[in-house]
Unconditional design. Structure first.
Length: 131
């Protein structure tokens, strides 16, 4: 991930992304793919990085939720609520979407192809990046 952002602007993560990172660690512990001690250590490092300002932070607002609702209400995309929120955040804030989630990247691409009635979405860039 560090290589991906070298020379680029500071990566920005939403409050939802913060929760989802910890959720992944929790799932890995439950499936015994990661030890509890390792999960706590990685979570501590992630929290330290947040506190040190290595990531810009985006607090989701009502307008992000409304846009996510509108995406879901189209009924033509396999959007989960968190994914719709991620897409709404990058669209409204005109940020690039960097994700390892192929379905999220496909939904972003599909919104652009469908010519969604939001200029910011059409300007949003997306990529599927594995770390």
């Amino acid at each position: 991930m560090q290589t991906h952002f070298a020379g680029n602007l500071q990566p920005i993560i939403s409050s939802l992304a913060e929760v989802e990172v910890l959720s992944v660690f929790s799932r890995l512990v439950r499936t015994q793919s990661l030890t509890l001690d390792a999960a706590k250590q990685v979570a501590d490092i992630f929290t330290t990085h947040l506190e040190q300002g290595l990531y810009g932070r985006l607090n989701l607002q009502m307008r992000h939720y409304r846009q996510a609702r509108d995406y879901i209400a189209r009924f033509d995309l396999p959007l989960k609520s968190p994914d719709a929120l991620h897409l709404a955040a990058v669209a409204l804030e005109q940020l690039p979407l960097v994700t390892a989630d192929g379905q999220l990247a496909r939904n972003a691409a599909r919104l652009v192809q469908l010519g969604v009635d939001t200029t910011a979405v059409n300007q949003a860039r997306y990529s599927c990046t594995s770390w």
